[in-house]
Design a binder for this molecule. Structure first.
Ligand code: CAA
Length: 287
């Protein structure tokens, strides 16, 4: 049976994007976040994007109103009633995610798939937090900005059932995405390839190979990247980049090639996290 109503756990950038993409494709989405500020930011983002879609003639006013009506915002999982799917899109932290998985298992019906948007953490490890529901746990990794990026990286854990996998592929497609499988290694495929490239751009900057603007220009003009690697790091969040590198370092035999660059770590420790804090490698305070 097609998925009709999903709970999106976390109203940050990824949660907002996933819920908007569901709603614009006819699926009810309940955004769950304990942080009221985050919830109202998600709502503002949804309304702005739906209004923009009308302005750009990608949607009629009526379609936009329908999409907005399919979105709701609650501060606890218990308030997300009647959902047939749950996707966790919280901070990239194993302990936080495991706690949320236990809550998801306790709250939602036994038939509900428990998906995670983790960008690097082992699905099998996360699933071990909910032994009775392991067959219903799966990685459903979206990309930022979710409404624009076509991919969903689909990662099965050791005990994920074929039924859960087939349903994940079907839901991804009904959200207008292209699901592609990857195996359950730290960082999967996307970040195994992307993050060392971003980290290497930091090494190039640290070694004085070029200034950040020039590193980015070289990669944009020479490799047709839509954003240079350092601009992309700010866009993803420098803290997220550092955390993903550490998950890969720990998860891939503590191979030193996955240690985050010192400049990257120093920026994070100084609170310069990229777009979201107004300062990262580049400054965004003046937009
Ligand atoms: N939400 C919805 N739509 C958005 C958006 C957002 N946050 N940001 C941009 N868009 C839309 C815009 O509305 C615009 O569409 P219209 O022209 O129809 O209005 C379209 O995208 C293009 O946007 P812009 O004209 O503003 O800017 P652009 O052409 O420079 O594109 C970009 C912006 C799509 C972000 C592009 O720069 C890009 O593709 N960058 C690379 C992004 C990327 O690599 N993402 C993956 C990151 S890794 C990840 O997410 C996973 C992980 O685990 C870390």
């Amino acid at each position: 049976m097609p998925t009709k109503k999903i709970a999106v756990i976390g109203g940050g950038t990824m949660g907002s994007g996933i819920s908007l993409t569901a709603a614009t494709n006819g699926i009810h989405a309940v955004v769950v976040d304990v942080n009221e500020v985050q919830l109202s930011k998600a709502k503002m983002y949804h309304e702005k994007q739906c209004a923009r879609a009308v302005l750009k003639e990608r949607m009629t006013q009526e379609e936009s109103d329908v999409a907005v009506s399919k979105l709701s915002y609650v501060s606890s999982m218990q308030e997300a009633e009647g959902v047939d799917w749950a996707i966790e899109a919280a901070t990239e932290n194993v302990a936080i995610k495991k706690k949320l998985f236990i809550q998801m298992q306790d709250t939602f019906e036994d038939s509900v798939v428990l998906a995670t948007n983790t960008s690097s953490i082992s699905i099998t490890d996360l699933a071990s937090a909910v032994p009775e529901a392991e067959h219903r746990v799966i990685g459903m990794h979206f990309f930022n900005p979710v409404p624009v990026m076509k991919l969903v990286e689909v990662i099965k854990g050791k005990k994920t059932s074929e039924e859960t996998t087939a349903a994940t592929i079907a839901l991804s497609e009904s959200m207008g995405k292209i699901p592609v499988p990857a195996n359950d290694f730290a960082g999967f495929v996307s970040n195994r390839v992307l993050m060392p490239m971003i980290n290497e751009a930091f090494h190039a900057w640290s070694d004085g190979v070029a200034e950040p603007e020039d590193i980015d220009s070289i990669m944009k003009l020479g490799c047709a990247f839509p954003m240079g690697p350092l601009r992309l790091a700010d866009y993803i969040g420098l803290d997220v980049c550092r955390d993903i590198m550490m998950v890969m370092y720990e998860g891939l035999n503590q191979n030193e090639k996955y240690l985050p660059n010192e400049k990257l770590v120093a920026l994070v420790e100084a609170g310069n996290l990229g777009d979201k804090s107004g300062q990262g490698v580049f400054n965004y305070e003046k937009g």
